[in-house]
Ligand binder design. Structure first.
Ligand SMILES: Cc1ncc(COP(=O)(O)O)c(C=O)c1O
Length: 420
């Protein structure tokens, strides 16, 4: 259903943003030409309140792995909703137990025990607390440009000053070293280091792919020094990079794995950590040490179980690899043809970043994508980089259409180089 007075309604909604949410945000929506209202969505297509259809190349920052409104995930959640939405917390919760079992099965190595929250940043909080609890040490090594979330603990690991500076001092004991440099991690380890936290590919940092062997080296260093390795797969997990979990590209088993975003199948919010059994002693001795009222609720767990099944049964990891390669091939060709516009192209599977030579080109590209009814955004820590992170269910036709729009934009941008 599309509203006939849609333009009016969009205007009313953006005014509410201005008055009741955040005036800066409403200005940004207007500036980006996105002052319209999302109404319904299926697969990779979002329809706004006016009936205009957009191809979603943003994928909710990685949330829509299984696409929008995947029917099997919607059905699983509806079935659960009809019986019981939220847990009593005092009786046994079957979806939570089933999800924990499934995660132990599909995650690498001996990862076994799960804790559930409601977001990526909560997964990171749980991982940091578990690392401190299990090692009885305080130090955490993170990386420059990292994005691990914005609650105070996770923000201490996040590596962008814009987000950190207004809230300093953050947690003590955090060090940030260059991403992709295993030697820098080795040098930063001291007697009080509990863990190294790392994204297998830095998403918000600008889709930075580390050199091959980086994660393996980190694993070896952590083992040599008795330090835990936390893999933050909030964005790279659930098939996004061509494997169910990105650590599998290097055969690495982290001590703690953080998941969120696509874990909820684009239907429910959920965050999780999965940890190796020997780390769980403190949690087992004191099961109320770290808790969450909504964490592990039946609706979210039903969504996550269905999302994992859909990801595996529909081979979404292989699809991500195949469709990602089509995009990458075309973007690399554009980089060769228009080196004055496209500075770099990086990525794996359907986590791709196009780095422009100037933020002005990136702004132009976003505006043109919107004009062509394509949704896209910058990476949070690097505004020169536009991400291409569509639902993994994107079809070949949709990829072909997106590529032809991008080709047009690169060519136009190159013609206007004197104006940038
Ligand atoms: C790698 C990574 N970790 C953590 C987070 C935080 O997740 P959330 O926004 O759900 O708190 C993000 C969000 O972009 C992320 O990309």
């Amino acid at each position: 259903m599309v509203h006939t007075d849609a333009t009016l309604m969009a205007e009313e909604i953006i005014e509410k943003y201005e008055r009741y949410l955040n005036p800066g945000l409403s200005r940004l929506f207007r500036y980006m030409g996105l002052a319209t209202v999302e109404w319904e969505a299926r697969g990779s297509t979002v329809t706004d309140i006016k009936g205009d259809q957009y191809l979603d190349l943003l994928g909710g920052y990685g949330m829509f792995g299984a696409g929008h409104s995947h029917p099997k995930i919607v059905e699983a959640v509806k079935n659960q909703l009809d019986r019981m939405a939220m847990p009593t917390k005092i009786l046994l919760n079957k979806p939570m137990a089933d999800l924990a079992e499934l995660l132990a099965e599909v995650t690498p190595g001996d990862l076994q025990y799960s804790f559930f929250g409601n977001s990526g940043t909560e997964a990171v909080e749980a991982a940091l607390k578990l690392a401190k609890l299990a090692t009885k040490k305080q130090g955490i090594i993170s990386t420059q440009g990292a994005f691990h979330g914005k609650t105070l603990g996770a923000l201490s690991a996040t590596g962008r000053e814009l987000f950190r500076n207004p809230f300093l001092p953050l947690l003590p004991g955090f060090k940030h070293v260059a991403y992709g440099d295993a030697q820098a991690v080795r040098e930063a380890i001291d007697d009080d280091t509990a863990a190294v936290i790392v994204e297998p590919i830095q998403g918000e940092g600008g889709v930075i792919v580390p050199p091959p062997g980086y994660l393996r080296e980190l694993r070896e260093i952590c083992d040599a020094f008795g330090v835990l390795l936390i893999a933050d797969e909030v964005q790279t997990g659930m098939g996004r990079t061509g494997k169910l979990f990105a650590v599998e590209h290097e055969g690495v088993v982290p001590d703690i794995l953080c998941l969120a975003k696509a874990l909820g199948g684009g239907i429910m919010p959920i965050g999780a950590i999965v940890a190796r059994p020997h780390l769980w002693q403190g949690m087992s001795e004191s099961p109320f040490l770290h808790t969450s009222t909504f964490g592990g609720n039946p609706l979210a767990c039903a969504a996550a179980i269905a999302a994992i099944k859909v990801t595996v049964e529909e081979n979404l990891s292989s699809k991500a690899e195949a469709m990602g390669n089509k995009f990458l091939q075309s973007f690399h060709a554009a980089r060769e043809k228009y080196p004055e516009v496209v500075a770099a192209v990086r990525g794996k599977g359907l986590l791709i970043g196009i780095e422009f030579a100037d933020a002005g080109y990136a702004g132009y590209a976003i505006a043109e994508l919107v004009n062509n009814k394509v949704l896209a955004a910058y990476t949070l820590n690097n505004p020169k980089v536009i991400r291409v992170e569509p639902p993994l269910v994107i079809t070949e036709e949709e990829v072909a259409s997106a590529i032809s729009i991008w080709e047009k934009i690169f060519a136009q941008a190159s013609e206007m180089k004197d104006d940038i």
